[in-house]
Design a protein around this ligand. Structure first.
Ligand code: ADP
Ligand code: ADP
Length: 225
């Protein structure tokens, strides 16, 4: 795993300061949850790390290297979105392998790696299906496999469970936790649910009003085990 360090990152949208000189060090191979009310700057922070949004100021270091000006595909990060954004006309396996196709890997390699990823998220049996033939939870696991196939050092998840029913949400939680442990990489998971953060996180980072207010274990942050 690798260290992720935010050094005074700021995001401005016109007159709005969405993220205000935020600094934080995320340890390697950690499940971190970024928790806070709607509008406090969580998504902007995540999108700056992913490279889907430019930083207005500051830098982002992965293993000491400043990645804040690199294109998303070259950062060692990958993002999984709330709406899974699968390609409807591609099979599950093709969806998972898509980024490798963009990188010019040959078909045999792509499909082999997609197969490994589908096994990892327990979807091997559904490789030939199309997104509309999957349940919400299955689509989400495809989206996870699609993000993980790029072998990121840091997986960024923006409210990944909010579209799921409560039963699936709890199942996906353990699935996410298992994957993070198994891969030994860092997950940075944005949520506004305290219960979600408490169930998942090695470290909870609490944002409010564009800054980090508090960070620590669930015990530190909520004063409970
Ligand atoms: P959160 O993820 O915690 O809900 P966001 O990062 O989405 O917070 O938003 C933080 C602030 O930045 C909010 O005031 C929001 O309205 C504003 N904001 C977010 N994205 C944009 C944008 N693309 N253009 C203008 N303002 C934005
Ligand atoms: P959500 O609405 O996202 O499901 P809740 O606010 O309902 O999250 O809280 C979920 C869980 O977190 C509940 O079990 C609740 O008891 C616990 N909880 C909520 N607020 C606190 C707090 N300030 N300190 C400790 N535990 C809390």
């Amino acid at each position: 795993g690798k260290d992720l360090e935010l050094v005074k990152i700021t995001k401005r949208y016109g007159d709005t300061i969405a993220v205000n000189a935020v600094s934080h060090h995320f340890k390697p191979a950690t499940y971190a949850c970024l928790l806070g009310p709607s509008g406090c700057g969580k998504s902007s922070t995540l999108r700056m790390i992913a490279g889907h949004e430019t930083v207005s100021d500051g830098s982002i270091l992965l293993d000491g290297q400043d990645i804040s000006r690199l294109p998303p595909a070259h950062r060692g990060t990958a993002m999984m979105f709330q709406n899974y954004a699968l390609f409807p006309h591609l099979s599950v396996a093709e969806n998972v392998a898509f980024s490798l196709k963009m990188k010019g890997e040959d078909k045999r390699n792509r499909l082999a790696k997609a197969g490994d990823m589908l096994e990892l998220v327990d979807l091997s049996a559904l490789a030939e299906r199309f997104p509309h033939q999957l349940s919400g939870g299955q689509q989400q696991r495809v989206a996870l496999a699609r993000a993980l196939i790029t072998r990121p050092q840091v997986l960024l998840l923006d409210e990944p469970l909010s579209a799921l029913d409560p039963f699936l949400r709890v199942r996906m939680r353990s699935e996410l936790k298992r994957l993070q442990r198994e891969l030994g990489i860092s997950f940075l998971h944005v949520t506004h649910g305290q219960d979600e953060a408490m169930a998942l996180a090695d470290e909870i980072v609490v944002m409010n009003d564009a800054v980090i207010e508090q960070a620590g274990s669930a015990r530190d942050v909520f004063n409970r085990p």
